[in-house]
Ligand binder design. Structure first.
Ligand code: OAD
Length: 257
């Protein structure tokens, strides 16, 4: 297949050039946001119509204070998302990133997403900056909790079998610290990569939003894939406008030509 035949109607300008840079890169970091999972039917946060934060208050549903005030409300919201995740499958964007990891000498994949669609697509060692919606722990003693078959439909959170505390999803809530080891690994990889690819994030939540600029200041080429310009577009050398599920497979196709 030639470069020209790999191009398609959905392909934005610059794909062939970025594919060339990717093929030459020794160390790549990919940072994903909710946009990569949108084509799997998972809602993003800031879409004006269907984004979670245009319908719900993050202080109520995604903070320790909100959980303390109304644990049942928070549990039901996360369980609705959890059940939705069980019915979702990885899309072409997730699959392309997994294939890219297999094709490159070193690719570190960091995500702000709490879903497990990267793993289910075959990506390895995914760094979850904001925790995971498929893991649960006691709010009080922090011991892991394994969901029973009844838990996803319960109206209140289960209690810890060890200390009786309330069980919560192992996600990072507003006001909480990001997991230290994950953050350090992402920071280190970002400072030493030669290409940083940011996909499907509005780039408004710190510290993840600072990573593209950090990579650029350390000398990396920064590439963004997004439907629309974001808060980190100014940090990018290349902006590939389009759906992750179209642009990422197109990048891969060009690399294979
Ligand atoms: P946002 O909802 O803020 O942004 C989603 C981004 O994805 C937007 O820039 C969209 O233009 C883009 N997008 C949507 N569909 C796309 C597609 N098919 N292909 C490519 N891009 C697409 O989500 P995040 O930036 O991930 O944190 O939000 C960051 C954090 O804010 C989340 O992790 C969450 C939230 O509060 C916590 O819960 C701690």
């Amino acid at each position: 297949m030639s470069s020209a035949s790999a191009a398609s109607a959905e392909e934005p300008a610059g794909v062939a050039e970025v594919a060339r840079l990717l093929a030459q890169a020794q160390r790549v970091v990919v940072l994903t946001g909710a946009g990569i999972s949108a084509e799997s039917g998972i809602a993003t946060f800031r879409d004006a119509r269907v984004g979670y934060w245009s319908q719900f208050d993050p202080e109520v549903l995604a903070s320790p204070q909100g959980f303390a005030r109304d644990p049942g409300l928070v549990w039901r919201w996360y369980m609705e998302r959890y059940r939705g995740l069980l019915n979702s499958v990885p899309n072409r964007g997730h699959q392309a990133l997994a294939a890219l990891q297999g094709a490159l000498p070193q690719l570190t994949l960091a995500t702000q997403n709490v879903d497990d669609l990267h793993e289910r697509a075959g990506s390895r060692d995914v760094l979850h900056l904001h925790g995971s919606l498929t893991a649960f722990r006691c709010q009080r003693c922090k011991r892991p909790h394994h969901l029973s078959s009844d838990d996803p439909l319960a109206v209140t959170p289960p209690t810890c079998t060890t200390c009786g505390g309330l069980v919560r999803p192992a996600v990072v809530w507003f006001g909480e610290l990001l997991p230290d080891a994950v953050m350090q690994a992402v920071w280190q990889a970002t400072q030493s990569c030669d290409l940083f690819l940011v996909v499907g994030t509005s780039g408004v939540v710190m510290p993840a939003a600072a990573l593209p600029a950090l990579a650029r200041s350390a000398g990396a080429t920064v590439v963004e894939v997004n439907l629309t310009p974001s808060e980190v577009t100014g940090d990018a050398h290349h902006f590939l406008q389009g759906k992750a599920g179209d642009v990422l497979p197109a990048l891969l196709a060009h690399m294979q030509t």
